[in-house]
Design a protein around this ligand. Structure first.
Ligand SMILES: C[S@@+](CC[C@H](N)C(=O)[O-])C[C@H]1O[C@@H](n2cnc3c(N)ncnc32)[C@H](O)[C@@H]1O
Length: 249
């Protein structure tokens, strides 16, 4: 049993995390026994950073929020991995001043590209931080799910705005600046020189089900999410899209 096995056994996989962990697991399994250098941009309170550190990897979290970083530092200390987690306050598009270029094995950027001013420089900075052959795990908000969700809640005007907006935003009151379809997100990564290897849908069903079903059958839901994640058309209707990409060696 690997250290990641033990970490996974002690944590509950949810519809938000199971598909992403399965993809990351594939990358970690390619390099058994190696202690990877991981960078989590906008890593927040360490939902991924701390388990990766528990599995033996060295993780730097760059986040704009001092409060999130304080929570991350507490969480890492409680998990006994403070020595493997570094918290840096900073901007995703200014990584060059914080992280040595071409030194990172695995970069994570989850739920960040939809809130930054301009995603292109952030993705370029992620790519520059990676060693040749290093991998990127990028999670973005899905556009189709947002349109369907607004419509099903009766907000047809908002759904129409979102569907027509070139960036997939519902306007100034929207909490997200943009949303993606799979092709658009893949093109963003490709423009930074990354080769997209996998695209999965995250939360294909979870947000659509009545709470009684989601809460009553959590293991079955996770299993079904994993079964549908890579399959069209289910993937394209997911609340989030997960892209796994690599800097060419
Ligand atoms: C929605 S949270 C996602 C947190 C974590 N990645 C996750 O998936 O749970 C977005 C995070 O990105 C951070 N953030 C927003 N804009 C940023 C920027 N320009 N540079 C770095 N971090 C940023 C926020 O402080 C916040 O912690």
């Amino acid at each position: 049993m690997t250290r990641l096995d033990r970490v996974e056994q002690t944590r509950t996989l949810t519809p938000r995390t199971a598909v992403i962990w399965a993809v990351l697991r594939g990358e970690l399994d390619r390099r058994p026994g190696e202690r990877l250098t991981v960078l989590d941009v906008g890593g927040g309170t360490g939902g991924f950073a701390v388990p990766l550190a528990e599995a033996g990897h060295r993780v730097t979290v760059v986040d704009a929020s001092p409060d999130a970083l304080a929570a991350l530092t507490r969480r890492a200390a409680e998990a006994g991995v403070a020595d493997r987690v570094r918290a840096l306050q900073g901007d995703g598009d200014a990584l060059a001043g914080l992280v040595e270029p071409a030194t990172v094995d695995l970069v994570l950027c989850h739920s960040v590209l939809e809130v930054v001013d301009d995603p292109a420089p952030v993705v370029a900075a992620l790519a520059a931080a990676l060693r040749p052959g290093g991998a990127a795990s990028v999670l973005v908000a899905g556009r189709a799910a947002a349109v369907l969700g607004r419509a099903m809640n009766g907000h047809l005007d908002v759904a129409a705005t979102l569907a027509a907006d070139p960036h997939g935003s519902a306007g100034p009151r929207d909490t997200l600046r943009r949303r993606y379809d799979a092709d658009g997100a893949a093109a963003l990564l490709a423009a930074a020189g990354l080769t997209v290897e996998e695209v999965h849908g995250v939360r294909v069903l979870a947000d659509l089900l009545p709470a009684a079903v989601a809460d009553g059958q959590p293991a079955a839901l996770v299993e079904l999410e994993r079964a549908l994640a890579a399959r069209s058309p289910y993937r394209d209707l997911a609340a989030q899209l997960h892209l796994f990409a690599r800097r060419p060696a």
